[in-house]
Design a binder for this molecule. Structure first.
Ligand code: GDP
Ligand code: MG
Length: 170
């Protein structure tokens, strides 16, 4: 099948569900509704190929370890989300990244991964992670980086589209 499985990881409250809902449904909500685990499908075209993205919105760091490992094993591509207003949320991605490395092993260079600094619309006074710091982290891991906002719809389509572009370019 043409299904392409994308898994979204990140701490609770960083905006994983908001990014997915913005991309799939074009909506945004101000309230915080904790996720169990949801899967969405979105048809996306790039050049002449049409592909169905199967997007798994995880519960974040509180996901059961066995479920996290299963999502990683089945995933073709990953989006690692933190909030630019929480340094802690960037820290919380580190063990997830270690697990991805461990499970994907030598295949990892062929796997599209995006690091997303979400909530870039937030005012500078409450920002804790600069774009430059996000970029440095991404370089260290050898992944791509973008700042996003589910609220203003900044870089949301690009975030998902870029995963497919990385796939085609290898
Ligand atoms: P999740 O736990 O990672 O799935 O986070 P949610 O998507 O449920 O979002 C948590 C909270 O952050 C909600 O109140 C959202 O409205 C808010 N939020 C999500 N994305 C953004 C964003 O890009 N900018 C701002 N300002 N708030 C956001
Ligand atoms: Mg959620």
């Amino acid at each position: 099948s043409n299904d392409y499985r994308v898994v979204v990881f990140g701490a609770g409250g960083v905006g994983k569900s908001s990014l997915v809902l913005r991309f799939v449904k074009g909506t945004f909500r101000e309230s915080y509704i904790p996720t169990i685990e949801d899967t969405y499908r979105q048809v996306i075209s790039s050049n002449k190929t049409i592909c169905t993205l199967q997007i798994t919105d995880t519960t974040g760091s509180h996901q059961f370890p066995a479920m996290q490992r299963l999502s990683i094993s089945k995933g073709h591509a990953f989006i690692l989300v933190y909030s630019v207003s929480s340094r802690q949320s960037l820290e919380e991605l580190k063990p997830i990244w270690q697990t991805i490395r461990e499970i994907k092993g030598t295949d990892l260079p062929n796997i599209p991964v995006m690091l997303a600094g979400n909530k870039c619309d937030e005012s500078p006074e409450i920002r804790e992670v600069s774009a430059a710091e996000g970029q440095v982290q991404a370089q260290e891991w050898g992944v791509s980086f973008m700042e996003t906002s589910a609220k203003t719809n900044h870089n949301v389509t690009q975030l998902f589209q870029e995963l497919l572009n990385m796939e085609k370019n290898r």
